[in-house]
Design a protein around this ligand. Structure first.
Ligand code: NCW
Length: 444
């Protein structure tokens, strides 16, 4: 098997609301997650991101841990409402100052920053104006993106517009399990469209002022039929359009899959979308967040793709209940190249939530997570060998953190966090990753 190129980025990823804490410090505005997590019943145990990993105050300690780990890249996100408290309008220099210092501290350790502009924490003031349902949202995002390009493009060379817009649209506007907690198919379609326009707005703005590269991180998940029956095969094909192509096609081809309006039926907001215009802004690279595959059976009541997910009895699952399926990563990367052509790709997230034991004498034994990383890196290497232009890998996540609606009940970190004391303990998987990076990925 061919090795990883010497230029390969070995990284770890996080997001602002999940790790920073101090959400209102230094003049920041509230975000939709600040609000949502305060609504009874939304988050397991009533948890919020008020403290999270206290990274806002401990980022230097966390960068020291990154240096120990040996990563040469770090993916983080900017909290929009720290930089522009009302979402659109006056800049908050103190909020921007945090990211300015963070970037400098990373570079001082030789760690390449990859900056995500939006990882689900919309300023609450913008939610009050309709959030992603407002056609102006694309413009708001473009303005905010400009501020960061101007402030940080001299040092940040890898930009991502949105993290998993499918999740923002579906969990935020259809199932209601994420902020802002709405439940409507039409709303989800509209929010998705505005997210795509926002992405395009930022990319277009970047072409005018940016000197480096910009992309987007999508949650991609291969869809397999649970049986050979034609109904299930067709359900998997529909769900593939819904989960993967709904966003990939507009971003890479400039149009929705022809089947999408049919899937949404009467809830497809045809007129509103015609008014909103087209999405067309070529990206420099694609970020792939890969966790699992889906097994699909036909189910006419499943909206909008008329499918339902099932598990194989013998499947190995992570603590999220997601099947461990490394070969799906190779297949997904090969499919992207076949379908959309040559394109630089980063695995912007991959990792596992596990029921880790508590730290004991400074150690956390999480062999399952180490195995998960190793098997997925082998799958990534396989794709490299078959010609995929894979440039880097970011483990999700650097630290145990606020896992959205699951609160602190799910741990994805390479580094254990005791949320009562904020003590960090690198897990066995962190040592495994560290050794692997040290060898440049050899002898996986
Ligand atoms: S929940 C989720 N995640 C985790 C989160 O911590 C991170 O911020 C995200 O980028 C780990 O990686 C992503 N993704 C949502 C997947 C939802 C799948 C459920 C679909 C049901 C319809």
């Amino acid at each position: 098997m061919i090795g990883f190129p010497t230029s390969f980025l070995w990284g770890a990823a996080t997001s602002a609301y999940q790790i920073e804490g101090s959400p209102l410090a230094d003049g920041a505005g509230a975000s939709i997650w600040h609000r949502f997590s305060r609504e009874p019943g939304r988050v397991v145990g009533g948890a919020t991101g008020d403290s999270a990993c206290d990274h806002y105050r401990r980022y230097r300690e966390d960068i020291a841990l990154m240096a120990w780990l040996g990563i040469n890249a770090y993916r983080f996100s900017v909290a929009w409402a720290r930089v522009v408290p009302d979402g659109n309008g006056t800049l908050n220099p103190k909020g921007l100052g945090f990211y300015d210092r963070l970037v400098d501290a990373l570079l001082a350790q030789g760690i390449e920053p990859m900056l995500t502009l939006y990882h689900w924490d919309l300023p609450a003031a913008l939610e009050d104006r309709g959030g992603w349902l407002n056609p102006d949202s694309a413009k708001w995002f473009g303005d905010y993106a400009q501020v960061l390009f101007q402030a940080l493009d001299d040092r940040v060379r890898l930009w991502l517009t949105l993290n998993e817009p499918w999740v923002s649209a579906v969990l935020g506007y259809l199932t209601g399990t994420h902020a802002p907690g709405r439940r409507g198919l039409r709303e989800a379609a509209l929010a998705a469209h505005h997210l795509l326009l926002a992405h395009a707005e930022a990319v277009t703005a970047y072409r005018a002022v940016g000197r480096h590269r910009i992309g987007i991180a999508l949650n991609l998940e291969p869809q397999y039929a649970a049986s050979a029956q034609a109904e299930d095969v067709e359900a998997a094909a529909r769900r593939h359009i819904y989960v993967n192509r709904w966003f990939l096609d507009p971003i890479l081809l400039g149009r929705y899959p022809a089947e999408i309006p049919q899937l949404f039926g009467a809830d497809w907001p045809r007129r509103a979308l015609q008014r909103a215009g087209l999405i067309r802004a070529p990206i420099d690279f694609l970020g792939v967040n890969y966790y699992s595959r889906a097994l699909v059976v036909d189910d006419p009541s499943g909206r909008p793709a008329r499918g339902r997910l099932v598990k194989r009895r013998d499947a190995q699952l992570t603590a999220m209940g997601w099947e461990i399926f490394p070969q799906g990563l190779t297949e997904m990367l090969l499919w992207i190249r076949r379908e959309y052509g040559e394109l630089p790709v980063y695995i912007t997230e991959n990792g596992a939530a596990c029921n880790d034991p508590l730290p004991e004498r400074g150690r956390v034994l999480d062999p399952g997570r180490a195995r998960f990383l190793g098997r997925h890196l082998i799958a990534a290497q396989e794709a490299l060998g078959r010609g995929v232009d894979l440039r880097g890998y970011f483990a999700w996540s650097l630290l145990d953190n606020f896992e959205w609606a699951y609160g602190y009940s799910k741990r994805f970190g390479l580094i254990h966090v005791d949320f009562a004391t904020q003590r960090r303990t690198p897990k066995m998987s962190a040592r495994f990753y560290r050794n692997l990076i040290c060898r440049g990925g050899a002898n996986l």
